[in-house]
Design a protein. Structure first.
Length: 333
């Protein structure tokens, strides 16, 4: 008996039924997260090459490889294959010229293919929690990029071309081995979030004041002994965390940051809560755990927006005295 021919669509239909998914030729989104998938059929891309599939989620599976046929789905705008066991992203990914979001974090990737530089529409690149040790010069070709996540790798520097990413809004560098903040970051005038916690940085440079759109500056657990007064010029700042550094005092420039809503200086060498913190009228959360102080200025009673204070238990009475008129806050202490 002659073998019955199965089309790519038929094969993919049967495969999708294993995960209670129904194949539709014009489906715009396919979500296959958390299904213990170890392999995707090679016919997969051919079954979805009609131009309708825009979003593909295949995260939190057991994939070691991506079938090259996926990269024939030229209509894809978002590809999420994070939290798998992928070691290599094929060069063929460069064919996804409509891709805007690429999420490949939490894999075993040691390098990124140069073909990613062809993704001129790429808006967001998340490749944290991998085994990256460097970025290549081609990263500067991604001039549409607004979000770049590199956390939990072993990167220690940037290529010169990264200064081309002038539309960047978020830059996540946590848990790498940077020893300094690259000068190129000072050219990211649209940057709203700069997060470089858990690195080896000892100095914040003067160019930090160029980042006039910055809302979040998180630099905890580095090697900082002081904070550059230039930070005080970033009046847009809403979130500032410098906990876990060897800072001896809360710098006076913080009183300029009147938009600040979140402030953390826990686990520092600070021993005095300064009076000028009472000027932070927008402050909602204050974190000051694991520091030693024996008084709190009355000016903190002016912080009517304050909703949460995280402090050591033996410091609670000081706050209760000063904030006695803020019943909801007192109840949370």
């Amino acid at each position: 008996m002659a073998k019955i021919f199965e089309s790519p669509v038929d094969i993919v239909k049967v495969w999708l039924e294993k995960f209670n998914k129904k194949y539709e030729e014009e489906m715009p989104i396919l979500e296959l997260n958390r299904n213990n998938i170890e392999e995707i059929p090679i016919e997969f891309g051919f079954a979805f090459n009609s131009g309708h599939l825009k979003v593909l989620y295949i995260a939190s599976n057991k994939l070691k490889d991506l079938p090259k046929s996926i990269f024939s789905i030229h209509s894809l705008e978002l590809l999420n294959c994070s939290s798998n066991e992928i070691r290599l992203i094929p060069e063929e990914i460069g064919a996804l010229t409509n891709l805007k979001t690429l999420m490949i974090f939490n894999n075993h990737i040691e390098s990124l293919p140069e073909s990613i530089s062809s993704l001129s529409s790429l808006f967001s690149l998340s490749c944290g929690t991998n085994k990256l040790t460097e970025l290549n010069e081609w990263i500067g070709s991604l001039t549409s990029l607004e979000h770049l996540c590199l956390e939990n790798n072993k990167i220690d520097s940037f290529p010169n071309s990264i200064s081309n990413l002038t539309f960047l809004k978020t830059l996540y560098l946590c848990n790498n081995i940077f020893t300094e903040l690259d000068l190129s970051i000072g050219s990211f005038l649209c940057l709203e979030e700069l997060i470089f916690e858990n690195n080896l940085i000892s100095t914040i440079p003067d160019w930090i004041s160029n980042l006039s759109s910055l809302k979040s500056l998180l630099c905890s657990n580095n090697l900082l002994n002081d904070l550059n007064p230039a930070i005080g010029n970033i009046v847009s700042l809403e979130e500032f965390c410098f906990k876990g550094n060897k800072i001896d005092s809360v710098p006076p420039f913080i009183s300029n940051l009147t938009c600040l809503e979140y402030l953390s200086f826990s686990r520092t060498n600070i021993t005095i809560i300064p009076d000028f913190l009472g000027n932070l009228n927008s402050l909602i959360e204050l974190f000051c755990e694991n520091i030693k102080f024996d008084s709190i200025p009355e000016s903190l009673s002016r912080l009517t927006s304050l909703e949460n204070i995280n402090c050591d238990e033996d410091q609670v009475p000081f706050f209760k005295i000063i904030l006695k008129n803020n019943d909801s806050l007192i109840n949370n202490l």
